[in-house]
Design a protein around this ligand. Structure first.
Ligand code: ZN
Length: 130
């Protein structure tokens, strides 16, 4: 556990697992234990967030036609929920934030536990604790 809470590095973000609306934070699930998903979270730059960058795994790319910042400027990730970064589908469930560790810079760590397979919300997806 101690190692998992070391300061994250950009190199740890080998893939993006989830995108979170409406901030468009990127989350990489680095391990799962006892139902808790340990994640590295990357916050976007303000210009990327405000522009609706929702398709770029790393910094915004003007060539990425899957990114709303290059097309309509309106992101798909509008709910306060996790979306699968690749399929863009809502990740169902009621998720509780059980731990968070912030550092200077854009990277932080969060641990989330899914307490119900489907949330009692219109979308079936809900984040609790943010
Ligand atoms: Zn982008």
């Amino acid at each position: 556990m101690a190692e998992a809470w070391m300061r994250p590095k950009m190199a740890d973000l080998t893939t993006v697992t989830w995108i979170r609306g409406p901030s468009l934070d990127r989350l990489t699930v680095v391990s799962t234990a006892a139902g808790v998903h340990h994640c590295i979270v990357r916050a976007l730059r303000n210009t990327e967030r405000d522009g609706g960058c929702d398709g770029c795994p790393r910094r915004h790319s003007p060539a990425n036609l899957m990114c709303a910042m290059n097309t309509k400027g309106v992101t798909f990730a509008t709910e306060a929920a996790f979306y699968d970064f690749h399929s863009r589908r809502l990740v169902p469930g009621e998720w509780h934030l059980v731990d968070i560790q912030t550092f200077s810079g854009s990277l932080s760590r969060e641990s989330w536990r899914r307490v119900a397979a489907v949330a009692a919300a219109a979308t079936g997806a809900k984040l609790v604790g943010m």
